[in-house]
Write a protein that binds this ligand. Structure first.
Ligand code: GLA
Length: 411
């Protein structure tokens, strides 16, 4: 595993996670991306003395390829320079695991964790620990302090960052070595089996294996991935509507079910194996099932085309594909929202915007734009000025460099 990076300053986030009792909150204006590692280490020091190891894993933004991962398709995400960090020490004689998380409080992990309350903030951690235990990975008792700079519920994969950071540090404590794909699969199983969310593998895989300076083209069937640099002269901007809607109980599961119905009706293993002409073979299917299938089929094609555009450094083509993707997610897959649509429309009116779309699961959270580098900072300021969400809510927009995947280092 490689050394953790302490990354560069970025624009401040809108909300500061509240701190535990008796601790000073971190002022939003002074908070830096990359500071999560420092905060986790510093708090561990304060509570229990020096940590032995620190783990970090990033959130992600998806450039194109949404709702394709659970259809065995293609995705093109990149890690962002905002991490979840976990500082850990061994605690001989203690409970199995003890964790303190910035903004959430304390939780203990019992030796067996037979039942996990999926609504509890520590469910991800308990889930990682339990699934590892079932596979014989049982580190001696430990204490952990967690901090994050990944906005929660914004569609930037804060859950995956936590699962990957936790998985890799418990493996390290236990002296076990797993591949990034195995760690990602562990995180996905926590979502599917412990939290009851039928999500795909994209978020965890990019958090675990991203390559700095690149987006990762992932084949979600083989889990093979290939890095592609953002075309020279263009820059990725993340546009947070600051609207939030958790995936739990949402239309995500319904969308996935429609895709599976379409695949069964077409007699293919997954929609990745279908093409547009196959849609004619779905005459009896409800209109929504055809629309969902059309999105997945066209999105897979756009994602492959986007990787080719990146390979030849063609920012204009990449931007145009991103904009088409938004239309498909909005009209065929119906996972956008008025706030996301407004954000994307504003982005398109600003000179230097090459393309824009919602990103991730949808319904709320963030959109992403590809913009000419020379106007990128101005672009962010103009979007923030022009956007007004529900109840006058303001946007948070920032330029984002592709970061590296998760890592663990000794402190
Ligand atoms: C969420 C899920 C991912 C993926 C995206 C949509 O982020 O966790 O697996 O399905 O939505 O692309």
């Amino acid at each position: 595993m490689t050394a953790a990076r302490l990354s560069e300053p970025v624009r401040p986030q809108p909300k500061t996670p509240s701190s535990g009792p008796g601790e000073r909150p971190v002022p939003a204006m002074t908070k830096r991306a990359g500071a999560a590692v420092e905060r986790a280490v510093e708090r561990h020091h304060r509570l229990w003395g020096a940590p032995e190891l620190v783990s970090r894993a990033p959130g992600r933004v998806n450039l194109i390829g949404d709702h394709t991962d659970y259809n065995d398709g293609f995705v093109l995400p990149m890690a962002i320079r905002r991490d979840t960090a976990i500082a850990v020490s061994r605690n001989p004689g203690g409970v199995n695991g003890e964790v303190v998380s910035e903004g959430f409080g304390r939780a203990a992990l019992g030796p067996r964790q037979a039942r996990i309350d999926s609504g509890h903030w520590a469910a991800h951690i308990r889930g990682v620990s339990r699934l590892l235990g079932e596979q014989g990975v049982c580190p001696e008792p430990w204490r952990a302090s967690i901090a994050t700079d990944v906005p929660i519920g914004a569609g930037l994969s804060s859950s995956a960052a936590l699962e990957v950071a936790m998985g890799q540090i418990l493996l390290c404590l236990a002296g076990a070595e797993w591949s990034a794909a195995e760690i990602a699969r562990l995180g996905q199983r926590v979502e599917n089996e412990i939290l009851g969310l039928p999500s795909g593998i994209m978020d965890q895989l990019v958090s675990a294996s991203a390559v700095a300076g690149h987006a990762l083209m992932i084949d979600c069937r083989s889990l093979q991935s290939e890095p592609f640099a953002v075309p020279a002269g263009s820059t990725v901007a993340i546009m947070d509507t600051n609207t939030r809607r958790p995936l739990v109980g949402s239309a995500y599961a319904e969308r996935r079910e429609s895709c599976e119905r379409a695949a069964v009706a077409l007699g293919v293993q997954a929609l990745r194996d279908a093409d547009l002409s196959d849609l004619e073979r779905l005459p009896g299917a409800p209109a929504t099932v055809r629309l969902r299938a059309r999105h997945v089929i066209t999105e897979n094609r756009r994602t492959l085309d986007a990787a080719r555009a990146m390979a030849r450094g063609d920012a204009e083509a990449l931007g145009a594909l991103m904009s088409h993707s938004h239309v498909s997610l909005r009209d065929d897959f119906e996972v956008s929202s008025p706030a996301l649509d407004q954000m994307v429309e504003i982005a398109h009116t600003i000179p230097g915007c090459l393309g824009a779309r919602m990103t991730g699961g949808g319904f709320a959270g963030c959109a992403v734009a590809l913009v000419c580098t020379d106007v990128a900072e101005e672009f962010c300021a103009v979007v923030e000025q022009q956007y007004r969400g529900p109840d006058g809510m303001e946007a948070t927009v920032w330029v984002c460099e592709p970061a590296s995947g998760g890592s663990v280092r000794a402190v």
